[in-house]
Structure formats: structure tokens, C-alpha cells
Design a protein around this ligand. Sequence first.
Ligand SMILES: Cc1cc2nc3c(=O)[nH]c(=O)nc-3n(C[C@H](O)[C@H](O)[C@H](O)COP(=O)(O)O)c2cc1C
Length: 401
Amino acid sequence: MLRFLTAGESHGPAEIAILEGLPAGLAIDKDVIQQELDKRRGGAGRGGRGAIEKDQVKILSGVRFGKTLGSPIALIVDNLDFANWAQKMQIEPFESIGADSFHPSGGTALHPPLTTPRPGHADLAGGLKYGFEDIRNVLERASARETIMRVAISAICKKFLLEFNIEIASHTIQIGQIKLSNKNVQFEDIKNVFNKNPEIRCIDPNISSSMKNEILAATKSKNTLGGVVEIIAHHVPVGLGSYVHYDRKIDGRISQSLMSIPSVKAVEIGEGITNASLYGSQVHDDIYYKSQGPTLKKYYRKTNKAGGIEGGVTNGEDIIIRVYHKPISTLGNPKDTVDIATKKPAKALIERSDICVVPRAGVISEAMLAFVLADEMLRKFGGDNIVETKRNFKGYIKALK
Ligand SMILES: Cc1cc2nc3c(=O)[nH]c(=O)nc-3n(C[C@H](O)[C@H](O)[C@H](O)COP(=O)(O)O)c2cc1C
């Protein structure tokens, strides 16, 4: 139903995206998207590029007088640093720079090819796959800069979800060895964490300062750190996804979309990891029913170890997911590698790089979850205009009661 495509190289002129499939009539403006982009930009653990990236989004199509038209929505974010990369990233063949600057192994004398792949990055596998002698051809697209457009299009998906009172928020629960131990976290606290603590985005101030120290120590020792983000989707209706086919199970769809975020190496739904070592009687959430007057009648659970999904279908409880990031692979003290031009031992290349992406990665996970949920809402409720989608939604909720 809903689909998007992004394009753009990390140091190219711009990142762009097209989102297709949203109904007409959804109120949207640039600021809604910009707010999300600003969340992705900051945070502790950013490298030098954070200071350059003052990303501003432009809406090019699909919106008129502040409302979606039902046609594809095209977005662009210009690269404000492109002037410094125009030659390195030029579209025209490099012979056009001048014959004297031609480099035999696929670059220019001014910009020699990168030939020392970083362990943990796409550099070597990507280069071999596409037949490149210059690793820049890989890293420009493998870079997580592309996620800027996922955040941009998903800001519109979040706005769509809000029409149904569905909200998504995230917070940092682990950086390196430092973990948030408080498991009793309220959704409102998570929602406000960015405003209260934009650097680390952990709800506990003491743990936050330990996390920050951990990042500073890694920076000092030219190392990098991973960690864990928790995302929660609130007020999700029962019945999104399906148990009938492998590719319609919503837990599978959500996991795939989150695993596609660079540096994510594991996704946990509910208490999935802990549950694996417990008895069934300790794990499964008992079901209750409450009926208070004609409007409030519903099934509910007192616990949510399933994380809001059973059998590939949302069960009406909050969706709770943990996303595990590895430490990023561009290291100030580079690891051993092989020079692909000479086949001799070498040290891996160093590109301007972050130290820890976890604080600002939460908004990217929120984006992917928002996209999947918006798509599932449209699969279930359809509608060419938001009024129609809402009417269908209301009818379903009424029928449930
Ligand atoms: C927001 C964000 C920023 C990132 N920044 C960097 C970076 O500056 N340097 C780096 O080496 N990796 C960075 N990464 C991770 C790499 O893009 C990623 O490790 C690489 O593409 C290999 O993919 P994989 O880790 O998913 O296997 C970042 C990831 C995210 C989510």
C-alpha cells in the first residue's frame, strides 16, 4: 500500500525520497518533518559532520495548501557541504578533470581511490560485489546519511498515525556497558526525553551522565561504542498484521525494517531475550476483560511481555521493541586490513566519523516502525482520503466493542 524510495550519496548534492500511497487530505507541513530531522542530527557521540549538517527539508510534490493530494510526495535535503565535495563526487567522467590528473587505479591524482576497507563496514564486500577499485563508490551509499530520508518520509507517516491517536517514542537504554535498570518506564517520560535530554535521550539523569562519560572515554581512546534503544508504539489497535502468511506477520515486517538500519544487529520484541530462558507460565500475559459503561469495553493484559504482538498480529497493547546497535566500524586506531590495490597488509581507512550513534538512532527506529504501522493501517482500513480512512477505522473499533 505504502512505499518509499530514497536516493543520494553521503557527499553528493542532495538526499531525496519519494513516499507513495498516503491518502489525500492529511494536513502536513515542512516543520513537522524538520523537527524529526533535527532529532536525528544531534546527540552525544557525533563526529565532525554534525556541525556541518544543518539539514533543511523541502517538499517538492504531493502537497497543496498544507494537505496531501494522494499523489507521490517528493522530498529533498540539500547537502550543505557539497561545494567541498563537488569534484570528488562529480557526475561527469573523471577524464573531464584533465588527463594529467588521471589515476590508473580508478581515481584522480587529486582524489586517489580509497583502497583499505574497514572491517565491519560494507567496504570490502560491497567493492567485490560491484567490481569497484575505489571504496568511496561503496561507502557513499552504505553511509547512514541515507537514513535522513527515512526520518523525513516517516515524519509524514507519524502525522498520519496521529490521526488515529497512535504515537511512537524511543529512549536510550544502554550505551556500552552502562544500562538503564528501571523497567517501569512511562510512555510520557519517553515522549519527553528528547526535550529534557537531547544529548543522551535516557530518562534517568544519573545513568545519562555515566553514559555520556562512557562516550567521552571512547572518544579519548579513539574507540567507538554501541548500545540499545527501546521504541514504544502507543494506542496501536488490535488486528494489524496477520498470522496467515510469513510476509504478513507484523513482527517479521517490523524486525526486517529495523534490521535494515545501519549498525543494527539484533531486534527484540517485548521481553523476547529474557523470555527464552523462562517457563511458559512465567512468560505469557494473562488475558482479562473490562466493561465500564457502553464505551469502554475491552480485553487487556496486566503485563506485556509479548511486546504487543501475538501470532504476527498486534494485540492492542503497546508495541515494545529493543534495537541493538554494534559499535561503529570507523576507528581512530584503525584495525588491520588488506590494501585492495596491492594486496599487502594495511590499516583501515579513516573517514570523518561518529563515536556512538545510539542517542540519535532512536528517531531512525521510530521512523521505520512508523512506516510499517502506517502501511499496516492502510492495508486494514484503506481509503483514498483521510476522512474515508478514519471512517473505516471508527467502524472497526465500534464493531470490536
Ligand atoms: C545514525 C547513524 C550514523 C552512523 N555513522 C557512522 C559513522 O560515522 N561511521 C561509521 O563507520 N559508521 C557509522 N554508522 C554505521 C554504519 O553505517 C554501518 O555500520 C555500516 O554501513 C555497515 O553496516 P552494518 O553495520 O549494518 O553491517 C552509522 C549508523 C547510524 C545508524
